[in-house]
Write a new protein. Structure first.
Lengths: 264, 272, 157
C-alpha cells in the first residue's frame, strides 16, 4: 500500500516537474525570439554556428544518406520485383526519402551530432560561470550565445535533410540502376511522374524545418537549464538526445497525418 | 572612514536573502567608500558570493536595499542594470574565461560588444590591459593552455577592459600556489589605485588580504560579526577574529556541525 | 584569417545544400516538367470517378499534359466535378472527350483526353461536355456474372 502510494506520489511529482519545465521552456523560447533580432543583425555569429551544426554534420549525413538509399534500393527491388514492378524502384526510393526518411533520419542524426554538441557547449559555459561572466559584462547570454546556436540549427537542418534525401536517391540509383540493372530511363521517369514538387518535396522540407527548430530549441534549452555540475551536464546531454528523438518521431506522426491525409 | 557617507560607492543596508527556505543572509550592513579595497571574509558557504551577486544585480534581495553609486540596484530596469554593469568588472572564482576564444579575444570581448572602436585601437587597448597583468606575450594562447594563476590574470585583464568604477573579486586566491597568490594580491591593489576604481573582494585568505586591503568585514551565519582596518583586526581580542586570523580549528566557529552531545548519541542510540 | 576559412566552409555547405534541394526539385520531383509553365483550367462532370485522386496525371496519347487539381461533388446534378489543370503548351479542341482510365489492370487511375475535331480550342473555365466514367471492376464482374447466368438459363426457356 505504502509502496503504491509512493509510486503515485513520484508519478505526480514527475508530471508537475514536466509541466513546470514546459512552461519554463515556453518562456525561454519567447525570450529567445525577443533577443533574436540583435543576434541576427550580427550575422557572423550565426554563420559560425552554421559551421558547427551544419558543416561538421556533413560527413555523417552524406554517408548515412548514401547507405540508407542503397539499402532502400536493395530491399525495395527485392519486393517490387516479385510483383513485376522493378521499374517503380525510383518511386519507392524517392518517396520514402523525401517524405519520411530524409527529414526523420537526418533529424535524429542532427540531434545526436549537433544538438548534443550545443547542449554540451552551453552547459559547460554555464557550469564554468562563463554565462554569468557574460551577463556581468552587460552582454545578454541569450542574445550572444543561445540565439545564434538556435538559428544556426534552424538554418542547417533543412539543408542537411535535403542533402540526405539527395544522397539517398543517388544511393538507390547506384544499387538499382548500376548494380541490379533497372532501366535508367524508367527509374527517373517513373520517379518524376510520381513525386510532386509542392506536395512531396516541399512538405518534406517543411518537416525538416520543424524538426530542426525543435531539436535546436531542445538543445539550447537543456544546455541553458542544466544543473551546473558535471553530473547535471551529462544528464542534460542525455535528455537532449532522448527528448529530441521522441519529439521528432511524435511530430513526424502529427505532421504526416496533417499533410498527407486523404491522399494516396 | 565610514563617516564619509556621501563618498560611498556601494552601501548595503539590512540585506536579507534566502534560497527558498534556506536563509543565507540575515541582515547585512556594508559600506564601501570610493577608491578603497574592501575585503569580505568568512568561512566557506557563508553567503559571500551571494553578496557579490546582489551587488551586481544578478540576484534580488528578499529584504533590505543594495545601493551602487546612489541607485537602488533592485529598482533598475534590465537596460539600466546593463548600463550599470558596464562600469563594473567581476572576476569569477576560476576566471570563467570563454574557452572557445583566445586570450586576446577574451580581453577584447567587452570592448567589441560595447564599443564600435576600430580594430587597431582595440588591439592596442587589449595589449595594454594584458601588459598590466604581465601576460602580453600570452595573447595568442587558448585558455586551456594557461595555468590557474595565468587564467586568473587574464580574467582580471578582461574585467578591467572597460576601466570600471567597481571591480569585484570572487575568491581571487582560491587554488593558487603562493607565488601566483602574491602576484594576484599585488595586482588587485595596484590596479585599484591605477584605475582610481573601488574594489570589493570576497575571500577567506586572511594573510594575503591583511597586506593589501583597507577595510575588512567578517561574515558568519548571514551577519557581519566583525569589521575594521587590518591593523585594528590584528590587535583585536574578539574571539571570532582571533580564531580566523590565527586559523584555529575550534572556537566561535564550531568544528562540529550542530548535533546532539556525543555521549548522548552514542549511548542513547540513533533509533531511540 | 580563421574566419574566412570558416565562411568558405559555410558557403560551401549552403551551396551543396541548395544544390541538393534543386536536385530534389527538378530531377526527383516534376517541377521542371508540368508545374513550371503557364496552365489553364477546365472542368468536367463524371457519373463515377472510381478511385481517381487529386494530383492524378492527365494524359493524352500517353503523354502527361496536366494534373487533376480538384475533385468535388455537385449536389444539383449528383455527379462528380473534376477540375483539370492543363499545360498551356497543349491545346485541345472544345469537343475533347475526357475518360477515366486505369494504368495496367490494378494501377493508378488517370484522366485520358481524346481530342475531337472542333475548330475552337478549350480555354480556362470551359466545361468538357463528353465524359466517360471510370470502369468499376466490381460492376464489370457483376455484369459478367449476370450475363453468364442469363446465357446459362436461356436454353432452358
Amino acid at each position: 500500500m505504502n509502496g503504491l502510494l509512493n509510486v503515485i506520489r513520484r508519478l505526480g511529482a514527475m508530471v508537475v516537474e514536466g509541466v513546470w519545465r514546459i512552461g519554463f521552456a515556453a518562456r525561454f523560447f519567447m525570450l529567445l525570439l525577443r533577443h533574436s533580432g540583435q543576434s541576427l543583425m550580427r550575422i557572423h555569429l550565426t554563420v559560425r554556428e552554421i559551421y558547427f551544426s551544419g558543416v561538421l554534420s556533413l560527413l555523417i549525413i552524406v554517408v548515412s544518406g548514401l547507405f540508407v538509399g542503397m539499402v532502400l534500393g536493395l530491399q525495395g527491388y527485392e519486393t517490387l520485383q516479385r510483383y513485376g514492378s522493378g521499374d517503380a524502384l525510383g518511386v519507392l526510393v524517392s518517396l520514402s526519402l523525401t517524405r519520411e526518411l530524409g527529414p526523420v533520419v537526418a533529424g535524429l542524426l542532427f540531434a545526436s551530432r549537433a544538438g548534443l554538441a550545443v547542449t554540451a557547449e552551453i552547459g559547460l559555459m554555464k557550469t564554468t560561470e562563463q554565462l554569468d561572466a557574460m551577463d556581468m559584462m552587460a552582454v545578454n547570454p541569450i542574445a550572444r550565445v543561445v540565439a545564434p546556436r538556435f538559428w544556426g540549427g534552424v538554418i542547417s537542418m533543412p539543408l542537411l535533410a535535403a542533402l540526405f534525401s539527395a544522397m539517398g536517391v543517388f544511393g538507390g540509383w547506384l544499387i538499382g540502376v548500376v548494380f541490379i540493372g533497372v532501366d535508367d530511363g524508367a527509374f527517373w521517369s517513373q520517379m518524376q511522374a510520381a513525386v510532386d514538387f509542392r506536395f512531396d518535396i516541399m512538405n518534406g522540407v517543411l518537416k525538416s524545418f520543424v524538426f530542426g527548430a525543435t531539436v535546436a530549441l531542445i538543445a539550447v534549452f537543456e544546455g541553458y537549464d542544466c544543473t551546473p555540475t558535471a553530473e547535471g551536464l551529462s544528464r542534460a546531454i542525455t535528455r537532449t538526445v532522448v527528448t529530441s528523438a521522441l519529439a521528432i518521431l511524435a511530430l513526424d506522426f502529427v505532421l504526416t497525418s496533417l499533410m498527407f491525409r486523404g491522399q494516396s | 572612514m565610514v563617516s564619509e557617507t556621501d563618498n560611498l560607492l556601494v552601501s548595503v543596508k539590512d540585506v536579507r536573502f534566502a534560497y527558498g527556505e534556506r536563509e543565507i543572509l540575515r541582515g547585512i550592513d556594508l559600506k564601501v567608500p570610493r577608491g578603497k579595497v574592501v575585503a569580505i571574509m568568512g568561512g566557506s558557504g557563508c553567503g559571500k558570493t551571494t553578496l557579490l551577486r546582489l551587488i551586481g544585480g544578478q540576484l534580488r534581495a528578499t529584504g533590505g536595499t543594495v545601493e551602487v553609486a546612489g541607485r537602488n540596484v533592485a529598482s533598475l530596469t534590465t537596460s539600466e542594470l546593463y548600463e550599470m554593469r558596464r562600469r563594473m568588472g567581476m572576476l569569477f572564482q576560476f576566471g570563467a574565461l570563454f574557452t572557445d576564444m583566445s586570450v586576446f579575444d577574451n580581453v577584447a570581448f567587452p570592448l567589441r560588444e560595447h564599443t564600435e572602436l576600430p580594430f587597431g585601437l582595440i588591439r592596442d587597448m587589449v595589449l595594454m590591459k594584458l601588459n598590466a597583468v604581465g601576460l602580453r606575450g600570452a595573447a595568442d594562447l587558448m585558455p586551456a593552455e594557461l595555468s590557474g594563476g595565468m587564467a586568473r590574470r587574464v580574467a582580471l585583464a578582461r574585467a578591467i577592459a572597460l576601466d570600471p568604477m567597481l571591480i569585484m573579486y570572487d575568491e581571487p586566491f582560491a587554488g593558487l600556489d603562493p607565488i601566483s597568490l602574491g602576484v594576484i594580491g599585488q595586482l588587485i591593489r595596484k590596479l585599484n589605485d591605477a584605475l582610481g576604481a573601488t574594489t570589493i573582494m570576497v575571500t577567506h585568505d586572511i594573510m594575503e588580504s591583511l597586506q593589501i586591503v583597507d577595510y575588512i568585514y567578517f561574515i558568519s551565519e548571514g551577519r557581519v560579526v566583525a569589521e575594521g582596518t587590518p591593523d585594528e583586526l590584528r590587535a583585536s581580542q574578539d574571539p571570532w577574529v582571533y580564531q580566523f586570523i590565527h586559523a584555529e580549528a575550534d572556537g566561535p566557529v564550531p568544528f562540529h556541525y550542530p548535533a546532539a552531545a556525543l555521549d548522548e548519541s552514542l549511548i542513547g542510540g540513533r533509533g531511540a | 584569417m580563421r574566419r574566412t576559412t570558416l565562411d568558405l566552409w559555410v558557403g560551401f555547405f549552403v551551396v551543396i545544400g541548395m544544390a541538393a534541394l534543386m536536385f530534389l526539385a527538378f530531377k526527383v520531383g516534376n517541377l521542371g516538367a508540368a508545374n513550371a509553365g503557364e496552365t489553364y483550367v477546365v472542368s468536367g462532370q463524371f457519373d463515377n470517378i472510381g478511385g481517381l485522386k487529386a494530383r492524378a496525371p492527365v494524359k493524352s496519347a500517353g503523354v502527361v499534359v496536366g494534373r487533376v487539381s480538384d475533385i468535388r461533388f455537385d449536389t444539383k446534378s449528383y455527379r462528380a466535378v473534376v477540375t483539370l489543370t492543363l499545360d498551356a503548351r497543349y491545346q485541345f479542341p472544345r469537343d475533347t472527350i475526357a475518360t477515366i482510365l486505369t494504368s495496367g489492370l490494378l494501377g493508378e487511375q488517370y484522366v485520358g483526353l481524346e481530342p475531337g475535331g472542333d475548330e475552337a480550342m478549350l480555354k480556362t473555365g470551359d466545361k468538357l461536355q463528353i465524359t466517360q466514367s471510370a470502369v468499376v471492376l466490381e460492376k464489370l464482374i457483376g455484369q459478367f456474372m449476370f450475363d453468364k447466368a442469363a446465357e446459362g438459363s436461356a436454353p432452358a426457356n
